[in-house]
Design a protein around this ligand. Sequence first.
Ligand code: TXA
Ligand code: MG
Length: 312
Amino acid sequence: MTETLLPDAAGLARAAALLREGQLVAFPTETVYGLGADATNGAAVAGIYAAKGRPSFNPLIVHVASLAQAARLVEIGPEAERLASAFWPGALTLVLPARADNGIASLASAGLPTLGIRLPAHPVARQLLEATGRPVAAPSANPSGRVSPTTAAHVLSGLSGQISAVLDGGPCPVGVESTILGLTGAPTLLRAGGIPAEAIEACLGAPLAAPPAYDTPSSPGQLASHYAPSGTLRLNAAAPRPGETLLGFGPVDAPLNLSPSGDLTEAAATLFSHLHALDAQGATHIAVSPIPDHGLGRAINDRLRRAAAPRR
Ligand code: TXA
Ligand code: MG
């Protein structure tokens, strides 16, 4: 049985107690719902991989309540400090050198000498992290390879019965995952996400290195087929062909539209709900309108390309 908890004092206390006991608890962040486990508890972290059916080479993001807590886990250099003060709390994950003896279960970072770390902005996530008092490892709360959840109902439709609880904080405001930036060498965009790359480049005053190709083994987690609904996707579709359901963007006639006004922030926030809805209605062939490839459009196009990639 998976408990649904309200984000009130009692629900937060219960969720924090479950996490400290080594249980799995899904919780809202501003990007997507995360599937949390105490990052210092190897057995609890193993439970995440089991519940998601996730390949064990794919490292997890560790969520913290404060910059001070982050500084106990990773080496924060001048660039990380500048980015953290500009974008934390928020939708930016920094991959940094892990500190020795930081207490994080090695399974959380899949044995890498680095750690992906994020201070989320969602008030429910922040209160939960405060109450738990430990770093919390949390991938998106979906079965591996499926569409990320932006509501508690999405979480339950994929993981009900496999996790102890979900904290229901309503829909996630950003709707796509965090931007992941590698800072162990030249700043590298590892995943486009909720903070536009242009904003990061403006903060650093330099362009970011390109993301590695999705299929190279040196970029864990960048599986080509990911975020996939059951139907097939055809991208940059001017119009649907016979038998296709159009997922629109902008002023097109479509049963589902990411943003009729062509607003990228709205499109990011509605992307995964629309993919879940297409799954629920059994759409087998989905055509998607073109999405401009700047700002949040880069994250949206990245998720759509992966959803359209050949399935393994
Ligand atoms: O918005 C988000 O980032 C959400 C919420 C819950 O915070 N989390 C999320 O986690 O999207 P997940 O596990 O679905 O994606 C994490 C990505 C993976 O592709 C993984 O390979 C990469 O982060 N990652 C984590 N730690 C890393 C590391 N040390 N080095 C390189 N990549 C890392
Ligand atoms: Mg994910």
